[in-house]
Design a protein around this ligand. Sequence first.
Ligand code: BGC
Length: 794
Amino acid sequence: MLFSFCYFLQSFCLAQSNAPQLGKDPIKKVIAAMTLEEKAKLLVGAGRGFGPPPPAAAPGKKDSANKASAPPPAAPAGPMIGRTESKVPGAAGNTYAIPRLGIPSIVVSDGPAGLRISPIRKGDSSKTYYATAFPVGTLLASSWDVDLVKQVGVAFGYEVHEYGVDVLLGPGMNIHRNPLGGRNFEYYSEDPLVTGKMAAAIVNGIQSNGVGTSIKHYVANNQETHRNTVNTIVSERAMREIYLRGFEIAVKESQPWTVMTSYNKLNGTYTSERNDLVTTILRNEWGFKGFVMTDWGGGRDPVAQMNAGNDLIMPGNPNQVKVIIDAVNAKQLDAKVLDKNVERMLNIIVQSPSFKNYKYSDAPDLKKDAAVSRMAASEGMVLLKNNGAALPFNAVKKVALFGNTSYDIIAGGTGSGDVNKAYTVSLLQGLQNAGLQVTDPLAKSYPAYIADAKAKRPKGRGMFQAPPPIPEMDIAKADIDQQANDADVAVITLGRNAGEGADRKLENDYYLSSAEKDLLKNVSDAFHAKGKKVVVVLNIGGVIEVSSWRDGVDAILLAWQPGLEAGNAITDVLSGKVNASGKLATTFPVDYKDVPSAKNFPGKEFLDQATGEGFRKQVPAEVTYEDGIYVGYRYYNTFKVEPAYEFGYGLSYTTFNYSNLKLSAAAFKGKIEVTVTVTNSGKVAGKEVAQLYLSAPASKMDKPTIELKGFAKTHLLQPGESQTLSFEITPKDLSSYDTQNEAWVAESGNYKASIGASSKDIKQTATFTLAKQLVVEKDNKALTPQMEITEMKK
Ligand code: BGC
């Protein structure tokens, strides 16, 4: 009674009661004053059915920026809506407030490419609440520039702070195991070092604003097919070296406030229910200090989640609270476990802007951040091909602009990784903004064609599915010939979109559609007949097939999904205002069948065991990672499978020389410094990404021929200018995970350090020795698969 009375008269009651207060009294004392019900409610998000006053939107009403998620059995009905209407409409969720103890609700919101909130608010026509769409994760990683990515994080976190959000639900950092992964655009790379360094950089940037992040999805969530049921079967070694390693780097180098567990099972158990994953590895081995939350509706058993150390269940429902309370009362769950979970949450809540009562402006300077977005976008685009100096535009005044997405560009993918942005600059606008002329009738017929196709497109696919792509417009050959007469150059944009809830398809997605192939051929024939160049811009979130058509065009710029300034940023690179300096952080194979995981992606489904109907249908599924540690270039390089464009590859408008590779010692003792000089040997200013690969002796363990151990990007080097880059090789860099001994072990013998402009274009090498085997780190037995996995071996 006193409790509910106090709920509405907080300040009166605070003065009356002597309850300890968060921030003033020791956290342990605050916990001691909490009822079991309060603890359980704090540990379950305020998602549905209860939460801090005032009440949420009417049941079943969905905010445009919110969404439904696959429901766990405990929360069978209706969409899960963050009860954040009173503070930040459109945020993904919030936690339960306990005013009598001074514990505020904190607001958490998506997503990796920009803050995802509702731009329009009910009863508020005075202003809008748009956020900046930054380039997607895959583009940021292709910059190989951690300072730049941190700078993006600083801008990003500023919007999080100014819109009243406490924790940003990102970055996404799952490994690109397979090009068809529907959320690859949100993630960074096929390589764990690039992934970990990028995540750490953006987390440090975002958190420098006094807000938190949630690195996700922990872990082995590399597909969307049956994401809520799939049992991912992976060896301990592949887990340690590939799938966990990026998270380990991010935790150690940036201490994110929170970690989000994934939807999938890992070796038989939901990740949020695995104590070895969430407590032994994350906290005990890596030293993670924050709290862990589930993905939205992730996992099944709240008691197992509490025991695992997955402190917060999101978005939360009253059944989960009841299950926790009942389990404690029935002595099936130790109350001390809850105290620990609560303590970890309060340790973060006390740092939050909500706790500090930060007076957010709801009016961040979006113009300033758009400039950051544009700059970052141009730094992460990758020049894949540039024959006959087709780029940058030289004496180009008139552009014949083909392809739907030239006019309807894709800033980022769909689902929770999407951002409600005020605008997206199309390539048409970008070219025009730079003073270039786009020829008619294309400049008029494409927008009309797209508007018409969109009006006819089936509605109601929801946020979980990318809208069906609009087929390429059929343009008569005579009209293309006319364009070849009128314009100086042809630019053709090919676009792809995907997002959470589904993986990509091979037909008309990974492979080009026949309309796209016809367009490429007809335009190339017509323009080449007039001695004019054809440039392809790839506006994609994940890898596509390129080998069958690339020979027919002169240049290919991989623009990825570049955020809201897309057209301006692409034009910056096409025009040469910015020299291309991005490199691939993920391989472009010659064909899908070359992908090491092609045979087991997305795994098996057991339709005969399906439960539920329609939206609630759950199909048990299983995927076995037989590719083991051979993900991406580790496979292509070791098994000598030629890719179309290899990991680390990217051209520039200038050229670079590498010289003077030096190691600080010929024998490894504790560490080795590597230095190399990079010189701009061309005619225009540019930046180069140098990569350090290591080849280790493999007399006891199977090892990839090379593995990335460091990377560095030069500053903008003027023609003739040099810069010396340095790298450090640590004991862990020499080692591999020895499953038998649960340890990182470096074998004795000869090591080769290679400095490459890509994983294949090695410029300089040097060797050193390790006299005696090193046990670099002893870990715990964890994540053991329940079955034998037939893994790929060299
Ligand atoms: C996604 C998460 C996201 C969460 C909240 C889930 O469906 O997998 O990445 O943060 O929803 O919107």
